[in-house]
Ligand binder design. Sequence first.
Ligand code: DAH
Length: 341
Amino acid sequence: MEQKITSLREQFTLALNNAASAAALEALRVEYLGKKGLLAELMQSLRTLSGDEKKQAGQLINTLKNEVDGLVRAAAETLQKEEQKRQINSAKRYDVTLPERTEHGSYHPISLVQREVERIFVTMGFTVEEYPEVVDDYHCFEALNIPKHHPARDMQDTYYLSNGQLLKTHTSAAQNAIMRKYGAPLRVIFPGRCFRNESTDACHENTFFQMEGIMIDRDISIANLIYFMKTMLSEVFQRDVKVRLRPGFFPFVEPGFELDISCLNCGGVGCPSCKNSGWLELCPCGMIHPRVLEMGGIDPDEYTGFAFGLGLTRLAMMRYGVKDIRDFNSGNLKALAQFTQ
Ligand code: DAH
């Protein structure tokens, strides 16, 4: 029996040296220590022995059992440590002593202004709506009282897709869908990216942002329009802003206006940034044309409303003193990151 135990120990030592993975170790453990394992088998065979011999052999088997158990555990631990070491030395390794990266992402200045204006309008009961950049001719023009061949289209040449759709030239393109979606009364603003076939210079870009707004209810008048514009602009510029309305033509409003604000640089006296006029053109607007309401499914005899098309890009330039519109799309992170808040 003693002989058997000794040879089993030798056999185990050999097998242990060859077990190179956690799975192999587990198999070895089961082979030796499992319920039907080699050591259990050996214990069974003790039944044939008697007295002292049985006692002695039993002790030897138990010693071997403890040895096997201890050695398997130790080997598993060593394997685990080696695995950890391998991971630390592999590609996943990082150096905690490296200095922190100082370049962080930042909000684009137009996004900052957009979020600010959104927040102001939301406090005044407006909801914010999104609208696709690819639209059809009907929504961009027809539903805004701009039929084919109308000269107002000349200023809004854009990029056409082969299926006849186009990149929207103004956020007004969403007016009809929003009227149809919500019906009257409604207060909605809808910011968006617009595109035009434009020769670029410091003031013109082929891609720019607008923020359109419409408010429709019973008895809405120009007084409401002026109030909302003035309140919003005073909040944005953090001071009381003087506004004036000049007549302006847009087929989808009647009457239509150009809304100017008193120049923030010179307080209205006249300076180079307002071309010495004391006023800055900021936001075309007007009372929504009855035909446009009708096409939006709203009865013009019952409801009236105002609409405005705020140039968000323009506003961002004024707010942050950006001199060249092309800086916004240049991807120049140094220029853009200055405005991080
Ligand atoms: N959509 C016009 C443009 O981009 C701007 C505009 C004018 C919007 C008058 C309006 C408005 O809502 O009432 O040229």
